[in-house]
Write a protein that binds this ligand. Sequence first.
Ligand SMILES: [Zn+2]
Length: 112
Amino acid sequence: MLSPDVIEKQKKSLIAEKERLQQKIEQLKKFPDYGKSEDDNARELADFQSNISIEEQLVHLVSKIDGALKSIDAGTYGQCLKCKAGIEDGRLELMPYADLCVICSKSGDKKR
Ligand SMILES: [Zn+2]
């Protein structure tokens, strides 16, 4: 079980990370403006398209963070969604939004 202190710390880093991601998403939504030449326009379009895929990943992360924040409120934070075991402390420190333990996340990857 995670101590309330640890959970409070994780909650703060989740909220900070969410704000950082949301700012980044806002920046990525803007269409870049490098200039008026055809090269510039081509570069703008290429960057905008790669921004969209980055944006999708960030939006996905934000939804994981929301899920983690909800699980803190529900008292299930730090519990693996699949096997219900506690998620490793080191993993939670690196990825406060982790919702699977190392073993389950690895077995999930294999199926894909
Ligand atoms: Zn698990």
